[in-house]
Write a protein that binds this ligand. Structure first.
Ligand SMILES: CC(=O)Oc1ccc2c(C)cc(=O)oc2c1
Length: 280
């Protein structure tokens, strides 16, 4: 079922890539896993799920974030799925912000996307079952991501507060129902009825969060990010969090942009943040 396509030793642990047939997306999916040194059936480790942004695959974070040394030190496995279903039979779009590479971590309801674009079910249900069956990990999970993947991480954590001990994001799209990337993707995947979009919008979900289901959240945002004002709008989420008393910390970092240079600068801080809850 799982096909191993690469295994590379790094930071005393292992980076591995796999493909498998996925029932939620009806296609072959690829993911990457980092296993820290010492992870074994008698020493299972918790998992941080990483959701990447537009145009990315399982590879961008693993190759560019520089996360391995700190994850190895903290004893945390990292799982990075692809950002969408892919393949010749999977619908696509000519633009980078829709179709393959741009699944937005929702379950599409609109043809022709509704057969394959079920990334929400894939990330929330199918992938963790597979990971816990085949790798020396516990069921203790945290979730993080970047940009479109930051939206995915915060949205999924808010919808499943019992499943994740903590959530974080770099440069997240926090209010997709109110930004051009989100409006385009949600129209295409979910249809024109905007009342159906709120189920996948971090700001709207946080407004409805119950106090006994709050989980710790960290967001880091560069103030030189060209997408900050029009697409990302982190202040919209801070306003909701302040109003609710939700435990969200937004750290603005001077001079940083939207790239993996930025992520690699602050990834250790995010791993330490999650470690407090993953290993509690
Ligand atoms: C590897 C890399 O640079 O990833 C990257 C670049 C740009 C973006 C944008 C504009 C949006 C997003 O969601 O992710 C993303 C990722």
């Amino acid at each position: 079922m799982l096909e191993n396509i690469s295994s590379t030793k790094v930071a005393g642990g292992w980076h591995k890539q796999y493909t498998h047939p996925a029932t939620s997306t009806h296609c072959t999916m690829r993911f990457a896993v980092f296993l820290p040194p010492g992870a074994s059936e008698t020493n299972k480790v918790p998992v941080l799920y990483w959701l990447s942004g537009l145009t990315c695959t399982d590879e961008n974070f693993m190759q560019k974030a520089g996360a391995f040394k700190k994850a190895a030190e903290l004893g945390i496995a990292i799982v990075a799925p692809d950002t969408s279903p892919r393949g010749d039979n999977v619908p696509n779009d000519d633009n980078y912000d829709f179709g393959q590479g741009a699944g937005f971590y929702v379950n599409a309801t609109q043809a022709p996307f509704n057969t394959h674009f079920n990334m929400y079910d894939y990330v929330v249900d199918e992938l963790p079952v597979l990971i816990e069956q085949h790798f020396p990990v516990t069921s203790t999970k945290a979730i993080s991501g970047h940009s479109m993947g930051g939206h995915g991480a915060l949205m999924i954590a808010l919808k499943n507060p019992q499943a994740y001990v903590s959530a974080s994001a770099f440069s997240p799209i926090v209010n997709p129902i109110d930004c051009p990337w989100g409006v385009k993707a949600f129209t295409g995947y979910l249809g024109k009825d905007k009342t159906l979009w709120a189920q996948y919008d971090t700001c709207e979900l946080m407004k409805k969060a119950k106090q006994d289901e709050f989980i710790p959240m960290l967001a880091t945002q560069g103030d030189a990010d060209g997408f900050l004002e029009e697409q990302l709008k982190p202040q919209n989420l801070v306003a909701v969090a302040n109003n609710k008393g939700y435990p969200l910390t937004l750290e603005m970092q001077a001079g940083y942009d939207h790239s993996y240079f930025f992520i690699s600068t602050f990834i250790d801080q995010h791993l330490l943040f999650h470690s407090q809850f993953l290993t509690a």
